[in-house]
Write a protein that binds this ligand. Structure first.
Ligand code: ARG
Length: 572
């Protein structure tokens, strides 16, 4: 059980014993050291409900509160907060247990089947900077949820259908005939532009493209085969990026929009039978009172175009039915740009009304903001185009290589290249994950690659420093007793013991930045401890205990960064 849960249960019991049964304890890690290590805020709410003076209730709660062996000091602060100071012996035992266990002994949940849907690129074009955040955040959520014991399904809901695929397939056939396909398909954006130009300039080509769309949609085997080839090719571009970025996504996680084709007419018919459809200018629309457009009228959720075509929304309804009926998900996290928020609200509401999404299933849009340039507008190239993700990743690695070379010129180049990959990709990921996902942020190479502050290089470097202590230590006992005596030891131990709470908080909120702030705090407290408490120069049990704190720090940094998809290094 996490410390937070442990204390929470005890405070709830004390509240009940003091005459406030079922009152929530609201226990959280304290925001400042003077508030203790954990703080319970539940007394105020309970006192209000009982029409009691909060301080008087707090006194009764403290009198009943049994934290023997957990806390060595409990005090009332302000209007009725309870500040809880953990007992050093309790902390020492927690650190020892974490070191002795696999994966720091993090408690496992009752497993749920959780899908994380992320990346979900449109396959007609090359991946660009707009795909970075969702990829990174989704991957961290996959890792965190799996780590605490959930059964996690990754899903890449790629855009692999729609009229432009007729045009792309036609162009593929043509450029192949001219022997240029391999060259052309190296860059999907160029390929797309060329096909679009052909489409606009040459009526015969446009007819061919339209013919392909019709044949594709009617399931013509020959065109389907060509379309498959294009999709596979486009996915190899994606896979190269996933690999470079260290995402867990692979071909097995792909289930694109096209997978739901056959269900679309069926589900639209069901919506009609349920009386949820309205015809609006020839289109089939679900109007929901809950959502208003700019004019203040119910916003339209279009599921079938005039002329019969289906849309993004229809496919997403098909995906929900599949995820609920076939996969039996308990929870589904859609990691997608926040600008699609209305779409997802309409989607979930429609699916609930249609009875396809049971109340018990927790489907959420995990929105994220945009990466901005210094001018406060979405970051683009100088000529106003989307920045290609391959180029951005290569630049991150190259910049990290310059940085590592300037610090450590004597390392062999091959080693510097390896370090640069972990540092460059780590910096890019961490810069993103350390900010609240809901807001936009301004992209800045210098700050993300800095060795100071809340950055990946700082944390990776902190890890190498701890490791260097072990290289110098020569002998140490991995089962030595931990003894917490100095304030700097206690502060570090408290932070280490809170790892489990933080991981659970990230899983609940889908907000990885809590883990980043936490790891930054651990690294900072380790520095303070390292300065205040000599490790290698001390002796006997004290030395052994401090080495254990160092070992727990290294393990926590490594595990925590691992949950963010960031590698640690032995030297850098
Ligand atoms: N392919 C879409 C786009 O690029 C994103 C898909 C998000 N996922 C979903 N289930 N709608 O905008």
């Amino acid at each position: 059980m996490t410390i937070q849960q442990l204390i929470n249960d005890r405070v709830v019991a004390a509240l009940a014993a003091a005459g406030a049964p079922d009152a929530p304890a609201v226990v959280q890690p304290a925001s400042k050291p003077e508030f203790g290590d954990y703080q319970a805020n539940g007394v105020m709410g309970a006192a209000k409900a009982l029409k009691m003076n909060p301080r008087a209730l707090a006194e009764q709660v403290i009198a009943k509160l049994d934290l023997a062996g957990i806390a060595d000091k409990v005090e009332i602060a302000g209007p009725g907060f309870i500040n809880i100071h953990l007992d050093p012996t309790f902390l020492a035992t927690r650190v020892e247990a974490a070191l002795a266990a696999d994966a720091l002994g993090i408690a496992k949940v009752a497993p749920q089947k959780v899908m994380v849907e992320y990346s979900s690129v449109n396959l007609a074009k090359e991946m660009h900077i707009g795909h970075l955040r969702g990829g990174i955040i989704g991957d961290a959520l996959v890792r965190v949820n799996s780590f605490i014991g959930h059964d996690v399904v990754r899903q890449n809901h790629v855009g692999d259908w729609g009229t432009q695929f007729g045009m792309l397939v036609a162009h593929m056939v043509e450029s192949r005939a001219a022997g240029e396909a391999d060259l052309e398909l190296k860059d999907l954006d160029v390929f797309y532009k060329h096909s679009k130009k052909r489409f606009d300039d040459d009526p015969a080509f446009a007819d061919l493209a339209r013919d392909y769309v019709v044949r594709l949609q009617s399931g013509d085997a020959e065109v389907l085969e060509l379309w498959h080839q294009f999709v596979a090719l486009s996915l190899t571009h994606c896979n190269a990026i996933y690999q470079k970025l260290g995402l867990l996504l692979n071909d097995g996680d792909v289930r694109g929009e096209s997978a739901y084709n056959d269900d679309l007419p069926v589900l639209v018919e069901e919506l009609r039978q349920q009386g949820l459809l309205t015809e609006d200018q020839g289109a089939q629309v679900v109007f929901l009172e809950e959502f208003k457009n700019k004019e203040g009228e119910p916003a339209a959720f279009i599921v079938q175009k005039q002329g019969g075509g289906y849309l993004y929304a229809t496919t997403d309804l098909g995906a929900i039915r599949f995820r609920v009926n076939k996969l039996g998900l308990d929870r589904c996290l859609y990691v997608v740009d926040s600008r699609q928020s209305l779409h997802f609200q309409q989607l979930f509401t429609t699916a609930r009304k249609a009875g396809w999404l049971p109340q018990s299933a927790d489907f959420q849009h995990i929105g994220h903001g945009t990466i901005m340039g210094p001018d406060g507008k979405p970051l683009k190239t100088r000529s106003g185009e989307n920045i290609k993700l391959v180029e951005l990743l290569d630049e991150a690695i190259e910049r990290a290589f310059q940085l590592v070379s300037s610090k450590n010129a004597e390392l062999p180049e091959a080693e510097r290249r390896q370090i640069a990959e972990a540092v460059g990709i780590g910096a890019l990921k961490y810069a993103d994950l350390s900010k609240s996902r809901n807001t936009d942020y301004i992209f800045d190479w210098d700050s993300m690659l800095s060795f100071e502050g809340n950055t990946a290089p700082y944390l990776q470097y902190a890890y190498t420093r701890v490791q260097s202590v072990f290289r110098k230590a020569e002998d140490f006992d991995l089962a030595a007793k931990v003894v917490i005596a100095e304030p700097a030891e206690k502060q570090l131990a408290v932070a280490l013991a809170q790892f489990e709470d933080v991981v659970y908080a990230v899983a609940d909120s889908s907000q990885p930045h809590h883990l980043c702030s936490y790891l930054y705090n651990v690294a900072t407290l380790f520095s303070r401890f390292y300065e205040a408490c000599p490790i290698l120069k001390s002796e006997g049990a004290v030395r052994a205990s401090r080495l254990q704190l160092a070992a727990a720090t290294a393990k926590t940094l490594q595990t925590g960064l691992g949950l963010l998809g960031i590698a640690v290094l032995e030297t850098m």
